[in-house]
Design a protein around this ligand. Structure first.
Ligand code: ATP
Ligand code: MG
Length: 560
C-alpha cells in the first residue's frame, strides 16, 4: 500500500490498513483458511476462501491452508482431497503452506501440560452429563467439580496416563480451571481434552486423547503466526477464551475477527446436513448439480469467476443476512454471456416441412459461435427441407402480439431463411403434428434481399441431422428459503419434489455430438447449459445452468 490513502472496502480491511500504518512494513497480513475435513466445501466456504486469500492478495500477504482435523470420528482424506481441488478450482494457491492441526498434537499436548503446571487445568473424572449438569445457566453460576482441587502432580500424572491409554473412553477429561461463575459460559472450566479411541486419518492410532476444537483452533493460529484469524460470528463469544489461552501459554497473539456467515436463500450451508442429503440418497452425491457445494455448483456449470465476483459483491457484514439466489445467477449469466458458445437445441420438437425446398438437397449455413466474442469463430449448420422447431413456438390461434409461428404467419429461422406458414396437421387431441411452410430463397441471413419483414426469430435443427441427447433441468432443492430454521420441522420436509426434470426427446444441432466435459453453451433463446461428465460418446448430457433472464421475480409472484 502506498501513502496513507485508504482503499479499505470493509471493516476488516480498515483494521488491516490501520495496523499496517501503525506497525510499519514489517507487519504481515497472514491469514488462513481452516476447513474441517468432514465434508465437501459449500458456497459459504467459497465466501471465506475468497475473503482470506483475497485479503492476502490485496495486502501482499500470505494464506495458509489448514485442516482443522481434531475430530477423527467424522474426518476423512477423501474430504481433504476434495477441499484442495475446490480451492484450486476457485483459483487460489496456498503454495507449500498446507498444514494440519493434527501436526500440532504433540505441541498441544505440551500446552496442556503447561497449563496443568501453572495450576490452570485439571483432570476431571465426572461424566459428560455430570459436567453439563453442573455448568449452570447464563444467569445462574455453575458448580465446581469435586475433582477441581487436585494437585499439579496428580493432574500431571493422570493426564499423561490418559495419553498412555490407561483409562477407558469418556472416563476422564482435562478441563481448564477458570471461573465456574463467569457470565461467559465458555469460561466455566471448558473441556480441553477427551479420551477417544478412534483411528485418525493422519495420525492413525498414535493418540487416544484428542484436543477439543476450542483448544486446538486458536493455538494452531498462534503456532502458524497467523495475524488475522477470520471466522464466523458464532465464535465471537469464544474469543475471550482464545485470548485467555494466548495469555496463559504466552504464545503468538493472533487476532480473531468475526464476520457474518453467508446465507443464500433456498440453499443450506451446513456440512452435516448436506451429508444427510448424500447419505440418505436425496441427491446423487456431493457434486449433484442441485447441491450448494462447490463441487455441485461446478458440475451445474458455475464458473470460478462467477463465484468470486459473487463473493466480492456480497462483501462482508457484521450481521447475518440472507442473499437472494438471483444475485448468484446474475454473476453466472454475466460470465457465461462472454464465454458460452451459442448453439441450437429444440427441447420439444415438432416437424416443419418447407414445401418449396428441394427434396434431398442440403446446404451448410454459417453460424457465428458468439456474437459477444468474434474470436470464437463460426460453424456450419446443415439446413434442408425438414426441420424441427419447438412446440412452444407454434400457436394455432395466437394473440395479437405473438411473434412466433402460426397459420399464415411469417418468421425468420436463425442463421437461415424467412418462412411463411400456410398449413398444419393435428392429432386427435388437437396437438400439432406437422407444420407446412414455404421459404423465401432470397431471404438468407447475411444476404437478405427479400424485403420481407419477420418480427420473430426461431431456432431449429435439421431433422435428418438432429443429434440425440439429454437435458437435465434443475429447480431449487428446497421450497422454503430457510429450510433449516423451523424448530419443529425437519429440513428434509422442505425438499422440492420436482427439483430435477430430465428431457430425453430434445433435438440437438449435430455439432453437439462432439462435446467435451464441462463446456459451456448458450442454447439459443433457452438458457445456459454445460456438458455433464455423465455424457457418453454419441449421447451428450447437458445441465441447465440458468435461464437467459432473471425469472425469480415472476416465479415468486406466481407462488404467492
Ligand atoms: P459447517 O457448518 O458447514 O460444517 P463450519 O464452519 O463448521 O461449517 P469449517 O470447515 O469449520 O465448517 O469452516 C471452514 C471455514 O469456513 C471457517 O473459517 C468458517 O468460519 C468458514 N465458513 C463456514 N461456513 C461459512 C459460511 N456460511 N459463510 C462464511 N464462512 C463460512
Ligand atoms: Mg467448524
Amino acid at each position: 500500500m502506498s501513502g496513507s490513502e485508504s482503499t479499505a472496502s470493509n471493516f476488516i480491511e480498515e483494521i488491516i490498513e490501520s495496523d499496517l500504518q501503525r506497525k510499519g512494513t514489517e507487519w504481515k497480513v497472514h491469514t488462513r483458511f481452516p476447513p474441517e475435513p468432514n465434508g465437501y466445501l459449500h458456497i459459504g466456504h467459497a465466501k471465506s476462501i475468497c475473503l482470506n486469500f483475497g485479503l492476502a492478495e490485496k495486502y501482499d500477504g500470505i494464506t495458509n491452508l489448514r485442516f482443522d482435523d481434531t475430530n477423527p470420528a467424522t474426518e476423512d482424506t477423501v474430504y481433504v482431497e476434495s477441499i484442495k481441488e475446490d480451492i484450486r478450482w476457485l483459483g487460489f494457491d496456498w503454495e507449500d503452506r498446507e498444514y494440519y492441526a493434527s501436526d500440532y498434537f504433540d505441541q498441544l499436548y505440551h500446552f496442556a501440560l503447561y497449563l496443568i503446571k501453572k495450576g490452570k487445568a485439571y483432570v476431571d473424572d465426572s461424566t459428560v452429563d455430570e459436567i453439563a449438569g453442573m455448568k449452570g445457566t447464563p444467569t445462574r453460576p455453575g458448580q465446581e467439580s469435586p475433582f477441581r482441587a487436585r494437585s499439579v502432580e496428580e493432574n500431571t500424572q493422570l493426564f499423561s496416563e490418559m495419553k498412555e491409554g490407561k483409562y477407558p473412553d469418556g472416563s476422564k477429561v482435562l478441563r481448564a480451571k477458570i471461573d465456574m461463575s463467569s457470565p461467559n459460559m465458555h469460561f466455566r472450566d471448558p473441556v480441553l481434552y477427551r479420551i477417544k479411541r478412534a483411528t485418525h486419518h493422519r495420525t492413525g492410532d498414535d493418540w487416544c486423547i484428542y484436543p477439543m476444537y476450542d483448544f486446538a483452533h486458536g493455538q494452531s493460529d498462534s503456532i502458524e503466526e497467523i495475524t488475522y484469524s477470520l471466522c464466523t460470528l458464532e465464535f465471537e463469544n469464544h474469543r475471550p477464551l482464545y485470548d485467555w489461552f494466548i495469555e496463559q501459554l504466552e504464545i503468538f497473539p493472533s487476532r480473531q475477527i468475526e464476520f457474518a456467515r453467508l446465507n443464500v436463500a433456498y440453499m443450506i450451508t451446513s456440512k452435516r446436513k448436506l451429508l444427510r442429503l448424500v447419505e440418505e440418497g436425496y441427491v446423487s452425491g456431493w457434486d449433484d448439480p442441485r447441491m450448494p457445494t462447490i463441487a455441485g455448483l461446478r458440475r451445474r456449470g458455475y464458473t470460478p469467476a462467477a463465484l468470486r465476483n459473487f463473493a466480492d459483491r456480497v462483501g462482508i457484514a457484521k450481521r447475518d443476512n440472507l442473499i437472494e439466489i438471483s444475485l448468484l445467477e446474475y454473476f453466472i449469466r454475466e460470465d457465461l454471456n462472454k464465454i458460452a458458445s451459442r448453439v441450437m437445441v429444440v427441447h420439444d420438437p415438432v416437424k416443419l416441412i418447407i414445401e418449396n425446398y428441394e427434396e434431398g438437397k442440403f446446404e451448410d449455413l454459417e453460424a457465428d459461435n458468439n456474437p459477444e466474442d468474434p474470436s470464437a469463430g463460426s460453424r456450419m449448420l446443415p439446413f434442408g427441407r425438414e426441420i424441427y422447431i419447438d412446440r412452444k413456438d407454434w400457436m394455432e390461434d395466437p394473440p395479437r402480439k405473438y411473434f412466433r409461428l402460426g397459420p399464415d404467419r411469417t418468421v425468420r429461422l436463425k442463421h437461415a431463411y424467412i418462412i411463411h406458414c400456410h398449413n398444419h396437421t393435428k392429432d386427435a387431441d388437437g396437438n400439432v403434428t406437422e407444420i407446412r411452410c414455404t421459404y423465401y430463397p432470397n431471404s438468407k441471413s447475411g444476404s437478405d434481399v427479400s424485403g420481407i419483414k419477420a418480427k420473430g426469430t426461431l431456432h431449429w435443427v435439421s431433422v435428418p441431422h438432429a443429434a440425440k441427447g439429454e437435458i437435465r433441468e434443475y429447480d431449487i432443492l428446497f421450497t422454503d428459503p430457510e429450510p433449516t430454521t423451523h424448530e419443529d420441522r425437519d429440513f428434509i420436509e422442505f425438499l422440492n419434489p420436482s427439483s430435477l426434470q430430465v428431457i430425453e426427446h430434445a433435438a440437438f444441432e449435430p455439432s453437439l455430438l462432439e462435446v467435451t466435459s464441462g463446456r459451456h453453451y448458450q442454447f439459443f433463446r433457452t438458457g445456459y447449459f454445460v456438458t455433464d461428465p455423465d455424457s457418453r460418446p454419441g449421447y451428450p448430457i447437458f445441465n441447465k445452468v440458468v435461464g437467459l433472464r432473471d425469472s425469480w421475480g415472476k416465479k415468486m409472484k406466481n407462488k404467492k
